[in-house]
Design a protein. Structure first.
Length: 312
């Protein structure tokens, strides 16, 4: 059955039935608004949008995959502020002839990814649209800590990363060339493995600046450098190239370092920490902060791509 067959409210009923409310949800879907606990008294909020043909393709990903990706893109932003995600609000715009089962599977993927961090999908909106579009707003709680912003890095500090980079970009390239293997890289594109817990851990260990690596490591580090009025150097030797990535890059005639440094959508977290202190568990040093401006790799300008820009 299509969405048109069951109607807006029939679809809402079917989707809501696929959602589970976690302990932080005081009032879930069904009223004009949801009520979510915010013990800290401050709410971290972030929004992201996915448009078919720009952010995802249904022939590359299942509906559940797209749900996981949509939730991850927002939950990672909350973690990058040092907060713990609590809830998601989802706006869903779709052609009337879309299969209703696809929409239900999307909701299941959104809910499953949110459940990884104890968050819930608590509401949203639906509309008919010629272009399938998913807009997600995430909410989070700081747990009594100050938010970790982009503008706190200082010269002499350590640059560190939690999670992985390059895997989703490699998977995207493989799919765009018409291949479906190596499976591990393709699956990394379909469902990011986000180190959500590393954000609050970094905040508790004195991280001075932090960001979600969504558009490419070098590009996103540029946001920290600009906000902090510092220069950042990345050590290429800090990145291990997995054998499957190396083999795929060789077969495609590409440099895997470009995936690692400029590929996005793995949603690793990058942060700066004071020197002389051990890094928290799950974090690895990949560079340093210096006086100056801009981003370098091994103390030299980087001539390759730096990341994704929607309008370039």
């Amino acid at each position: 059955m299509s969405i048109a067959d069951i109607g807006e409210f029939g679809l809402i009923s079917r989707v809501v039935a696929r959602l589970e409310n976690g302990p932080k949800v005081l009032l879930g879907p069904g009223d004009d608004g949801a009520v979510v606990a915010a013990p800290d008294g401050r709410v971290v909020a972030s929004t992201d949008v996915l448009v078919e043909g720009r952010h995802f393709r249904r022939d590359w990903c299942s509906a559940a995959d797209i749900g996981h990706r949509a939730a991850a893109a927002n939950l990672a932003d909350i973690a990058a502020m040092g907060a713990e995600p609590t809830a998601l609000l989802v706006a869903f715009c779709a052609p009337p002839d879309l299969d209703a089962d696809w929409a239900e599977e999307l909701a299941a993927g959104l809910s499953a990814e949110a459940a990884l961090v104890g968050a819930s999908v608590v509401g949203g909106d639906m509309s008919s649209s010629p272009t399938l579009t998913i807009a997600v707003t995430a909410l989070g709680d700081l747990g009594g800590r100050p938010p970790v912003r982009r503008g706190g890095a200082q010269p002499g500090e350590i640059l560190a990363i939690a999670g992985r980079t390059g895997h989703a970009a490699a998977g995207y390239t493989i799919l765009s060339r018409g291949f479906r293997t190596p499976k591990a890289l393709v699956e990394a594109y379909r469902r990011p493995q986000v180190p959500y817990g590393a954000g609050p851990v970094a905040a508790a260990h004195g991280a001075t600046a932090m960001i979600d690596v969504s558009d490419g490591l070098l590009q996103d580090l540029g946001h920290i450098a600009d906000a902090s009025l510092v220069a950042i150097d990345v050590h290429s030797a800090a990145f291990e190239v997995p054998s499957q990535m190396r083999d795929a890059a060789s077969a495609l005639g590409l440099d895997p370092l470009q995936w690692l440094l400029a590929g996005g959508e793995d949603h690793a977290l990058a942060a700066t920490f004071p020197a002389g202190e051990p890094l928290p568990a799950g974090w690895a040093e990949i560079g340093r902060v210096y006086d100056g401006t801009g981003i370098t790799v091994d103390r030299k300008p980087w001539s390759g791509p730096v990341g994704w820009d929607h309008f370039r």
